[in-house]
Design a protein around this ligand. Structure first.
Ligand code: MN3
Length: 200
């Protein structure tokens, strides 16, 4: 069973008023994410040891020797998460999540400061994450390129922000910090993060 590009959970113009335009979503989902899926399927087709494995299994299996299979599997995994954690009504932190953020990270402002620092200091391409660590506490982290907290064993992902240039260049040009701030204030689906936290 080949891997498939999941549909976006909103229309491609649904985030335009919140700082992510239709063209960004069409290219990012329809071209970039699709390319990772196509490449991954090509590798699986040629490698019997990968056939029948779940995406999580492939990411975990290839994490120790990162190469093209890991990069494309990781990016497929990351983008599946990414679309779910964007919302046209994003930016509002539910009370139960805010309480956990305050307890573990020192408050919403401290969380946003830490997340912005992770996202803007990730040199080159990569991702910033809010994870529930194995110690049961929230943590902010970052990974390069196609890696993620599943690969690094850093815990369960609640939010992940793509900081590859293709995710923000049409909307924010070179201003990655503005893209990150906009994401935290207007796009981040904190309801999704809370649902993931509650299911953990
Ligand atoms: Mn991307």
């Amino acid at each position: 069973m080949a891997f498939e590009l999941p549909p976006l959970p909103f229309n491609t113009n649904a985030l335009a008023a919140n700082g992510m335009c239709q063209e960004t979503l069409e290219l990012h989902h329809g071209k970039h994410h699709q390319a990772y899926v196509t490449a991954l399927n090509g590798f699986v087709e040629k490698d019997a040891s990968l056939q029948g494995k779940s995406l999580d299994e492939i990411v975990t299996l290839t994490a120790q020797t990162p190469g093209p299979v890991f990069n494309n599997a990781g990016q497929h995994w990351n983008h599946i998460l990414f679309w779910q954690n964007l919302s046209p009504t994003g930016g509002k932190i539910p009370g139960a999540l805010e309480a956990k953020i305050t307890e573990d990270l020192g408050g919403v402002e401290a969380f946003k400061t830490a997340f912005k620092a992770a996202a803007t200091t990730q040199f080159g391409s990569g991702w910033a994450w809010l994870v529930l660590g194995k110690d049961g506490k929230l943590a902010v982290t970052k990974t390069p390129n196609g890696s993620n907290p599943l690969a690094t064993g850093e815990g369960k992902v609640l939010l992940g922000l793509d900081v590859w240039e293709h995710s923000y260049y049409l909307d924010f040009r070179n201003r990655r910090p503005d893209y990150v701030t906009n994401y935290l204030d207007k796009l981040a689906n904190y309801e999704f993060a809370l649902a993931e936290l509650s299911a953990a």
